[in-house]
Write a protein that binds this ligand. Structure first.
Ligand code: ZN
Length: 72
């Protein structure tokens, strides 16, 4: 399995009740400009809004632990 052609971007989920908003990873198969601000399915299966202002891997403490493992 190769990830050489796979691009990952960071996407911000919305806060859900007690769950804080987290950064997720989204696999990009399209031009990034088409994705900015779009809601996409993340690596962990959630929906999050893609931003081109951040790159994956996101740093900090508010990163989705599932995405951090799956999208290393
Ligand atoms: Zn995630």
């Amino acid at each position: 399995m190769t990830s050489s052609t796979l691009t990952l971007v960071a996407a911000r989920s919305r806060a859900h009740g007690p769950t804080a908003a987290l950064w997720h990873a989204v696999e990009v198969h399209r031009v990034l400009a088409d994705l900015d601000g779009a809601c996409e399915l993340t690596v962990c299966g959630a929906l999050a809004r893609v931003t081109t202002e951040r790159v994956w891997p996101a740093d900090g403490t508010d990163v989705c632990p599932t995405c951090a493992v799956l999208a290393r």
